[in-house]
Design a protein around this ligand. Sequence first.
Ligand SMILES: Cc1cc2nc3c(=O)[nH]c(=O)nc-3n(C[C@H](O)[C@H](O)[C@H](O)COP(=O)(O)O)c2cc1C
Length: 339
Amino acid sequence: MRIGNIEIENPVVLAPMAGVTSHPFRAICKEHGDVGLVVTELISSMAIHYKNQKTYGMFDWTESEQPSFCQLFGADPETMAEAARVVVDRGATGVDINMGCWVPKVAKTGAGAALLKDLCQAEAVVKAVVDAVPSVPVTVKVRSGYTQGQLTAVKFARAAANIGAKAIAVHARYASQGFSGVADWDVIAQVKETVGNDIPVIGNGDIETPADALRMLRETGCDGVMIGRAAMGNPWLLGQIRDAIAGEPIRCEPTVEDRVAVARQHASLQVNVQGEGVACRELRGLLGHYFKGVPGATRLRGTLAKESTLDGINRTLDEYLAWYQSHDHDAQLQEALGN
Ligand SMILES: Cc1cc2nc3c(=O)[nH]c(=O)nc-3n(C[C@H](O)[C@H](O)[C@H](O)COP(=O)(O)O)c2cc1C
């Protein structure tokens, strides 16, 4: 998959996720998941304009995670252009425009998915950003449309490609659906049919397994797949999807020991970046994902969610591992199954 001047051999993309895809998790996905492209969480162009220091702290991409795109949101073309110049000056390898966020704080300003209700404005934003940062590719992430049943992604994709967007990612749900219902991959197929080979189409929505990713590629003809929720606490999935697409043997599931080690690494990176207080609060919603489906997960998640120091997190993980390794879980499972 080629996005502008960047050749991306591995068409597996980590979805932008607010509160999740900051530097620590992006780096972990690169290292343990073998992902082709990562994207920051959405960043406010207005906050960049006002030089908000917390927002500047979100420019946390590093060499090790390249290519790393910065996702911006905003409804004003000039402010978006200015913000794009700032993040490219700070080393972002591409700029992604958010046209999918439906939360009122964003949509009521006319930004995010609300741009899909006003395609003239949406096109003006894309044009302003494309013109502002000619040295890097500009991409757009859209929903199927704003109001359920009013499909705008297809028409908009054609316009965005004509204006100079270098890829389009489609989360195949309407903004008014939030996360409810099932993603309608047929919309991705329609977008691909419309833009043809002019720009890559990255399909998104409800991929949970390598088989899902292969099915999306087959059924829609899309060029790349974007994985969000299923990658939380499971960076290995991204590598497994890469293997499946490459037609190679799919790498093994992580062991419980792997999960503990990467949760520990995640906690430590997050503390380095954010300081212990903020990091430990954020980690409460993140670390539990590493232990979905493992023995003793409920109790472990409950304990991790109360920890407020890195020492506490590491101690809890040590105790869990000691407990896990001292039990024969296979035998217990066989006994429970009556074998
Ligand atoms: C916690 C969370 C935060 C998200 N934040 C963003 C965001 O900042 N920008 C964006 O374009 N989409 C955001 N999304 C949407 C995802 O990028 C993705 O489109 C959606 O989760 C569907 O993909 P999935 O089924 O693989 O999770 C977010 C989703 C979640 C679950």
